[in-house]
Design a protein. Structure first.
Length: 249
């Protein structure tokens, strides 16, 4: 990575990879909480199981993207993975509960371990499997931000950044299929996770100014609708990394 690339990365703001809206927007739309987070009780055993799956996937992610970067004459700086519970401060500012984020300022993926375990258990209940790819997909998406940023791809358009990360998460699943590391139901789990992470449709407050402010804030932080996120993931799943970023073609 060149010095110019390093400076550009340090200058970027944090990328919240999964959360479709901020808590402020949730309050203004009248939502009682984050609609992505199911009302599911998780135990410490669930959290430990989810963390083990993510640790395993982390190695596969590092290996895949290091090889892809080497193939095009670049070096991939694998981000650290740090878990938290309830919220805290990062090199990119505060991150709240029920979230995951890639911070380019310290090249780190942060994730709320209880939230990720909840998503895994929700997928397990829905699909009838262990649900692990719903959890892994969250981390693969965040690492996708690292991949894009390290290659110089960052847009002021939030949806463009998020759609690329979704596609790259699909590309990781594509590679996992080739490696024979996917289990029965993993693809369904991944799609379920994407469907849970779509942008909400805000309810009207009856005040045009407030509604306009809500819409503008959602546009700045857009991740895509349920259908868009699933389709962006599908592009990478079916076509690999070259369908997500031109450098990999």
């Amino acid at each position: 990575m060149t010095t110019a690339q390093s400076l550009r990365i340090v200058a970027l703001a944090a990328l919240t990879g999964l959360a479709p809206m901020s808590s402020a927007v949730a309050a203004e739309t009248g939502e009682p909480g984050d609609p992505r987070v199911p009302s599911i009780r998780v135990t410490q055993r669930d959290v430990d199981a989810s963390n083990r799956k993510i640790a395993m996937a982390y190695g596969a992610l590092a290996q895949m993207w290091s090889k892809e970067f080497n193939r095009i004459g670049e070096r991939f700086y694998t981000p650290r993975i740090l878990r938290y519970d309830g919220g805290g401060f990062t090199a990119c500012g505060y991150i709240g509960p029920d979230n995951a984020m890639y911070c380019p300022n310290d090249n780190t993926v942060y994730y709320d371990e209880v939230f990720v375990a909840t998503m895994q258990k929700a997928a397990a209940n829905e699909v009838g499997t262990d649900g692990d790819m719903a959890a892994v997909g969250i981390i693969a998406h965040e690492v996708g931000h690292a991949v894009a940023i390290q290659l110089g791809h960052f847009s002021r358009n939030s949806y463009r950044n998020e759609s690329t990360a979704d596609c790259l998460a699909g590309a990781f699943t594509n590679q996992s299929q080739k490696d024979g590391s996917l289990e029965d139901g993993d693809v369904d789990e991944a799609f379920f996770g994407m469907s849970m992470a779509g942008d909400p449709t805000p309810r009207s407050t009856g005040n045009e100014l407030v509604d306009a402010r809500i819409q503008a804030r959602l546009a700045r932080n857009s991740h895509g609708t349920k259908q868009q996120r699933m389709q962006n993931f599908r592009v990478g799943l079916e076509g690999g990394a070259g369908r997500c970023l031109a450098e990999f073609r």
